[in-house]
Design a protein around this ligand. Structure first.
Ligand SMILES: Nc1nc2c(ncn2[C@@H]2O[C@H](COP(=O)(O)OP(=O)(O)O)[C@@H](O)[C@H]2O)c(=O)[nH]1
Ligand SMILES: [Mg+2]
Length: 253
C-alpha cells in the first residue's frame, strides 16, 4: 500500500529505506516485518480519527461520501452538477483534496456550497486527520450531505477510511473497461461506481456490460449508475440513491 510509494515516509519515516540499505544488512524478512509494522501503525492511527469523524457525522445526522477515481474521470464535474441539481433540497458541503491548487474548491464555491480545500503536497490521498480539521470549518448542525473529493489516484485512497458512509468510485468510459480488475482494492472498497462520460460511448471502444461485470467480480454488492455529468443523463437514479441514504441517516440520529 501507500507507505511503499513514499508518501508517508516523506513526512514521518524518512530514514527507513536508505538508512537500512546503506548501514545495515537486515534480512529481507526483518525489513518486511518493519514495513508492515509501520503500515499497521499508520492505518491504526488513521482508523482512530476515522472513528471519531464517523461518530460526529452520526451525531449530526450527516451523510458522507468519499469520491475516489483516477485524475480526470469527472469527480469535480459530477459534484458541480449534483450540487446544482440538489440545491434547495439538501444542505451540502464539500471537502476538496488535491496535491496542489485550489482550482476545484473554486469550481465548487461557484455553486454557492461551502467548501474547504486540502492540499496534500507530496501525499497521494486524504487521511482522516486532515478531514477532521477540514470539518471544523463547517456548521455541522446545518448539513445533510458532505461530499469529499479525494486525491485523483486509484491506489492509495483505497486504504484510508475517512469516516465516510461509502466510497464512491468514479470511472469514465475513456479509461478502459478493465480498471476494476487492475485496481481491485479500490473497487472492492467502493460501494458505488459512477460510470461517467456515457455521452462519449459512441466514440470509444468501451463495453459497459463487461466493465460492470468486472466491477461486480471484485465487489459483488456494488451499486452502479451510468451517468454523464456533462449532459445529465442517468443522474436522477443517482439522486434517488442519495435521497434514500440521506433520509436514513437523518432518521437514525
Ligand atoms: N464528455 C464528458 N466530459 C466530462 C464528463 N465529466 C467530466 N468531463 C470532463 O472531463 C474533464 C475532467 O473532469 P473533472 O471533473 O475535472 O475530473 P476530476 O479530475 O475527476 O475532478 C473535464 O474536461 C470535464 O469537462 C462527462 O460526463 N462527459
Ligand atoms: Mg477534481
Amino acid at each position: 500500500m501507500c507507505t511503499t510509494c513514499g508518501c508517508e515516509s516523506a513526512s514521518h519515516h524518512h530514514h527507513d529505506h536508505q538508512h537500512d540499505d546503506r548501514h545495515h544488512h537486515h534480512h529481507g524478512e526483518d525489513k518486511e516485518a518493519k514495513r508492515i509494522a509501520v503500515e499497521t501503525d499508520i492505518l491504526s492511527r488513521n482508523n482512530l480519527f476515522a472513528a471519531e469523524n464517523r461518530a460526529i457525522f452520526a451525531a449530526k445526522g450527516i451523510f458522507v461520501l468519499n469520491l475516489v477515481s483516477s485524475p480526470g474521470s469527472g469527480k469535480t464535474t459530477t459534484l458541480e452538477r449534483t450540487l446544482k441539481d440538489l440545491a434547495g433540497r439538501y444542505r451540502c458541503a464539500v471537502i476538496e483534496g488535491d496535491q496542489q491548487t485550489d482550482n476545484d474548491a473554486r469550481r465548487i464555491a461557484a455553486t454557492g456550497v461551502p467548501v474547504k480545500q486540502i492540499n496534500t503536497g507530496a501525499g497521494c490521498h486524504l487521511d482522516a486527520h486532515m478531514v477532521a480539521h477540514a470539518v471544523e470549518g463547517f456548521d455541522l448542525d446545518a448539513l445533510d450531505l458532505l461530499l469529499i473529493e479525494n486525491v485523483g489516484n486509484l491506489v492509495c485512497p483505497a486504504s484510508f477510511d475517512l469516516g465516510e458512509h461509502h466510497k464512491v468510485a468514479v470511472l469514465s468510459v475513456t479509461e478502459g473497461e478493465d480498471k476494476p480488475l487492475k485496481y481491485p482494492n479500490m473497487f472492492h472498497a467502493a460501494d458505488v461506481m459512477l460510470l461517467n462520460k456515457v455521452d462519449l460511448l459512441p466514440y470509444v471502444d468501451f463495453d459497459s456490460d463487461k466493465c460492470q461485470e468486472m466491477a461486480r467480480r471484485v465487489s459483488p454488492g456494488i451499486t452502479i449508475f451510468e451517468i454523464s455529468s456533462r449532459t445529465g443523463q442517468g443522474m436522477d437514479a443517482w439522486y434517488g440513491w442519495l435521497a434514500e441514504r440521506i433520509a436514513a441517516v437523518k432518521s437514525q440520529r
